[in-house]
Write a protein that binds this ligand. Structure first.
Ligand SMILES: [Zn+2]
Length: 345
């Protein structure tokens, strides 16, 4: 099969379209014929050696895919060739304490697809049957792959962890990111008022089209005061943040009494000075998350199939042109997701 292989850390030219052995299924394993794979922030970090793990080379990255089961190994009882599926990127063990509690997203012995194992930048992908999610009818492979990581992440953050209620106000940082654009839609679906931030005025219209009630440019300064002005001096109930750094500091200043911050990323700064007096006086809580469960993925894919959530695809590429997709992601000149087709040439 063909795959995008990296043989070391580096720039875009490290992404090599090469022939590699096609996987075969062992006990309890399936082989997926992969029809769509998404580009995630962690991919560019991993390529550049910034992910914080010791990578084995050669490596095939890629954390998400959607396709059709091509073959199954012995012991596979739940799925058969022809089934439309996606693997969950947390390759949980199915046996540890957390797995038994239904918290396979924080499995104690999990592999991570495309990070600790070969991933989805390939024409075929091998996973165990208990790591699969069945795709609903009527959802395209591109939409399934574009939707699952951002929508499930935003769903976990806002609904499961943030406990968002109808009538609350949500601040979504980085509206143009995958999780940001998903978060706007989920917050609106849950009945919230949504204030979004972006780094460019040119992205305002796209953020509003997703449902944002107000949009602010985070480069224009003084976000806390602007949020207070938009909320009659109350502040927002929840901040969905995937940026960290100064943006997280601003977010604390924009919170209402009893407000919650849900953090799912920190590309803008991993260490943040927090005024603990402000924290306890305002009854603020800060939650970290970012690995949804298969149940959450199935829930959001059902909402996409029902037309209630719409994944935003910025551009589709042949997988062989992964370098161009990485370059576009690093330029930040996109709104929504990049999806790659391993069979398109
Ligand atoms: Zn486990």
């Amino acid at each position: 099969m063909k795959a995008i292989v990296i043989r070391g850390y580096g720039e875009f030219d490290q992404l090599l379209w090469e022939e590699v052995p096609t996987p075969t299924p062992g006990f309890g394993e399936v082989i997926i014929r992969n029809h769509a794979t998404g580009l995630n922030h962690c991919d560019t970090d991993l390529r550049r050696g910034l992910f914080g793990i010791e990578q084995q080379f050669p490596h095939v990255m890629g954390v998400d895919c959607a396709g059709v089961i091509d073959s199954v190994g012995p012991g596979v009882t739940e799925f058969k060739p022809g089934d439309r599926v996606s693997p969950h990127f947390v390759l949980s063990c199915g046996q540890c304490r957390n797995c038994q509690r239904g918290l396979e997203n924080i499995c104690l012995k999990a592999d991570l697809l495309g990070i600790t194992t070969w991933g989805t930048y390939a024409q075929f992908v091998k996973v165990k049957q208990h790591n699969l999610i069945r795709l609903p009818d009527g959802i395209s492979f591109a939409d399934a792959v574009a939707a699952q990581v951002p929508f499930a992440t935003a769903w976990e953050a806002l609904i499961e962890v943030g406990k968002l209620r109808a009538g609350e106000t949500v601040l979504v940082n980085a509206a143009g990111s995958g999780v940001g654009s998903a978060g706007i839609q989920i917050a609106k679906l849950a009945g919230a008022h949504v204030i979004a931030t972006t780094g460019a005025d040119s992205k305002f219209a796209a953020a509003r089209a997703l449902g944002a009630d107000d949009v602010l440019n985070y480069n224009s300064g003084n976000i806390p005061a602007k949020v207070m002005a938009l909320t009659g001096g109350l502040g927002v109930d929840i901040v969905l943040d995937m940026v960290g750094g100064e943006r997280l500091r601003d977010s604390i200043g924009a919170l209402a009494l009893g407000g919650r911050i849900v953090s799912v990323g920190a590309h803008g700064g991993e260490h943040v000075d927090i005024d603990m007096i402000e924290l306890f006086r305002k009854h603020i809580s800060i939650h970290g998350c970012g690995r949804s469960t298969r149940a959450m993925v199935a829930e959001v894919l059902g909402l996409v199939a029902a037309g209630k959530l719409k994944p935003v695809i910025h551009r589709q590429f042949p997988l062989s042109e992964a370098a161009a997709a990485h370059e576009l992601m690093e330029s930040r000149a996109f709104f929504g997701r990049m999806v790659m087709d391993p069979w398109q040439v």
